[in-house]
Design a protein around this ligand. Structure first.
Ligand code: PLP
Length: 404
């Protein structure tokens, strides 16, 4: 008789967003006349920029002709895209990253989840709390997290680094030494950012203790202030301790198109073993490459016109962020984020739990947000709203919240 993977059986309840979706569905079924506005899931709403659409059309036409048809893509990505990413996202910023240190994929979620496969099972993982749930859940699936404690809502073998208003949403070096440290800045869900000096501190620490930092830069395009690093490779020594993960979802609206990449410098080694080689081996065995059509669309992101159009798209969402942030402040809420990130993180009023506030918002304003506790125990009494809606819906949602 077969047995299910026991580590999968340890996973907690349903995924945060399915619980949110189920509650929304039940409310809509009971109140069919109400217009619900979703400021919950981090999906974009603006159509793909014209430059991306043009690139897609052109690539599709190429697929119709034998001479320009493309079959399996190279496992690690087409050279044109690896070069464009290395050149624009790194070398243009003074970061020493070679084209062949970029591994193209179908998005950051898969890379965030799969990257743990190249580490030993007894590696100790540290995560920020609250955190993007994928980092913890995929380590649960891999059997790396120990036993779940219902009372504290934590895993015995995971090191949690609380990020709350008290420490300005900045993780502190943990008492116990981790092997793998997940960092994500600009942060989902808090909208917080890290200064270059603070990130340098993490790089120095990782090099000192022999840890690897998995740096999720999915929201890098939203950085608006100076002295906020766009990449961990802006820090000295990051080539020997950091892996960086990128997405095309939030800077270019590729959530439904699917494209991302992971950077692994060849200097990142465990003894003689390059993590670069292990990830290349993994890609070669388990992945057959992102589609040519999509990689051509990704290349257009780096064109002069692409950069201009996408900056406008980011500005559109950040106008929403400002509206949400200012509106909530006017209504007396304690509000964080929304300046260098498309997320607004607010403290729930009157010490309500995150789910109590979720229900109140849904019932009284017909607005759906995301309860902070879904991102980890330190997210309790916080709540996340996203700036990814249309401007009209965002304005309507905030005006309704102000009247609550
Ligand atoms: C922190 C973070 N990393 C990665 C992702 C996933 O990005 P992608 O759409 O490229 O899979 C998300 C999506 O919301 C995210 O919030």
């Amino acid at each position: 008789m077969f047995k299910a993977n026991p580590d999968y059986l340890k996973l907690r309840g349903s995924y945060l967003f399915s619980t949110v979706a189920n509650k929304q569905k039940a409310f809509q079924a009971a109140n069919p006349d109400k217009k619900i506005i979703r400021l919950s899931i981090g999906d974009v709403t603006q159509p793909l920029a014209p430059v991306i659409i043009d690139a897609l059309h052109k690539a599709v036409d190429e697929m119709a002709v034998a001479e320009t048809f493309h079959g399996y893509a190279p496992d690690l990505g087409y050279e044109f895209l690896r070069k464009a990413a290395a050149e624009n996202d790194y070398r243009a910023r003074g970061c020493d990253i070679a084209d062949d240190e970029i591994f193209i994929s179908d998005g950051a979620k898969g890379d965030c989840g799969n990257i743990q496969e190249i580490f030993a099972k007894d590696c100790k993982v540290a995560v920020c709390d609250p955190v993007y749930p994928v980092y913890v859940d995929t380590n649960v699936m891999a059997g790396r997290t120990g036993v779940f404690d219902e009372a504290s809502e934590t895993w015995s073998d995971v090191i949690y680094m609380p990020c709350t208003a008290e420490n300005n949403f900045m993780p502190e070096i943990p008492a116990e030494t981790p092997d793998i440290i997940y960092l994500c800045f600009p942060n989902n869900p808090t909208g917080g950012v890290i200064t270059k000096d603070a990130l340098q501190g993490w790089v120095d620490y990782a090099n000192k203790v022999g840890a690897v930092i998995i740096y999720d830069a999915a929201y890098e395009a939203y950085i608006s202030e100076d002295n906020i690093p766009h990449s961990i490779y802006e820090c000295e020594g990051a080539r020997t301790c950091a892996i960086e993960i990128h997405s095309f979802s939030k800077n270019a609206g590729f959530t439904g198109v699917r494209l991302g990449y992971t950077v692994i410098p060849k200097d990142l080694k465990c003894g003689d073993v390059q993590l670069h080689s292990l990830w290349a081996r993994r890609h070669g065995t388990k992945y057959n490459g992102a589609p040519y059509i999509i990689q051509k669309a990704g290349e257009a992101v780096y064109s002069a016109e692409g950069k201009k159009q996408l900056a406008e798209q980011v500005a559109y969402y950040m106008k929403n962020a400002a509206y949400i942030s200012n509106g909530l402040k006017e209504a007396g809420y304690e509000v964080y984020g929304g300046v260098n990130a498309p997320y607004i993180w607010l403290k729930t009023p009157d010490n309500m739990t995150s789910w109590e506030f979720f229900d109140k918002l849904l019932e009284q304003a017909n607005v759906v947000g995301t309860p902070g506790s879904g991102f980890g125990p330190s997210g309790e009494h916080y709540f996340r709203l996203t700036a990814f809606g249309s401007y009209e819906n965002t304005v309507e949602a905030i005006d309704r919240i102000k009247k609550m």
